[in-house]
Ligand binder design. Structure first.
Ligand code: ADP
Ligand code: MG
Length: 262
């Protein structure tokens, strides 16, 4: 794993890849939860109106008084929309379908993609990490999430389509950097739903991924039903079954993320 710059500031990391179902929301929740279990004060920000990260983290979107959409509408201060979670070191800025309405309005004016970065600024002093979940494909909220971040973690599967998706993700990083004065850089590629390290190494060797090996996290997330069941129960997997392969994998990846910033 590449060593990134020393930084005592809050590390703002978006989990993004253009494809749906690669495990972005599962990664956002479980990476945030694992950082929190390692006593890093972490804010999980749900920037997807589907609100999967919010639900996977245990909140009921139908009873939320406010969400990230309310913040973007300017109705509530970011700190007033933040919710506590089952983990002492993890808070959540939740999403609901309201976020879709906020994004639809904001998308009408060019430049509004910087709004999340501005709103999150006041929370940066409170947290060591912010993990932002983003929607599939490229839309206003994806760009907004990336423009708010300094770092990108991209979940990646050993499937042929992943290469094209990664190429388009690199283009999106360049777009965000040049259009929104963002410092966005790739923190790492996280292989998910894979069966072994050998499968990943073979995939990298056979794919046209020249120069990318150094960005791949040593840890990978196996396919593990515990991750799916924990999400269905609204729990980080470590609170569902701390001994499960999925829980161990995300804890290892969180350690790797922490050491990459030291
Ligand atoms: N490593 C994994 N093992 C088993 N199931 C997984 C794993 N990662 C994600 N899933 C399941 O795959 C589905 C899609 O995951 P999700 O994180 O919502 O994807 P995305 O946010 O990229 O669309 C969910 O049902 C989730 O529980
Ligand atoms: Mg998702």
């Amino acid at each position: 794993m590449i060593v990134v710059e020393h930084n005592n500031m809050c590390k703002m990391i978006t989990i993004a890849d253009p494809k749906g179902g690669d495990g972005r929301s599962v990664t956002a929740v479980n990476l945030a939860a694992s950082l929190a279990l390692l006593e890093k004060k972490t804010l999980l920000v749900d920037c997807d109106p589907r609100a999967c990260a919010t639900v996977f983290a245990g909140l009921d979107t139908s009873t939320l008084a406010s969400d990230l959409g309310s913040v973007l509408f300017g109705e509530v201060a970011p700190s007033d929309a933040v919710q506590t979670t089952q983990l002492r070191f993890m808070d959540l800025l939740p999403a609901s379908f309201n976020l879709f309405h906020a994004a639809s309005r904001l998308a009408l004016n060019a430049g509004n993609e910087r709004i999340l970065r501005i709103f999150l600024r006041e929370l940066r002093t409170e947290y060591e990490y912010m993990i932002i979940d983003s929607p599939a494909s490229y839309n206003f909220l994806t760009v907004t999430a990336l423009a708010a971040s300094d770092w990108l973690v991209a979940p990646f599967q050993c499937t042929s389509g992943s290469i094209g998706d990664f190429t388009s993700l690199l283009r999106m990083v360049r777009h965000v950097r040049s259009n929104f004065q963002a410092r966005l850089k790739i923190a790492g590629l996280l292989f998910t739903q894979c069966s072994s390290r050998e499968e990943i190494d073979r995939f990298i060797a056979e794919s046209d991924l020249n120069g990318v090996e150094g960005l791949v996290y040593k840890g990978f997330v196996p396919r593990d039903d515990a991750l799916m069941k924990a999400a269905e129960e609204g729990k980080p997997v470590a609170l569902y079954d701390v001994e499960s392969p999925g829980a161990r994998a995300y804890l290892d990846v969180a350690k790797e993320v922490i050491s990459s910033f030291n």
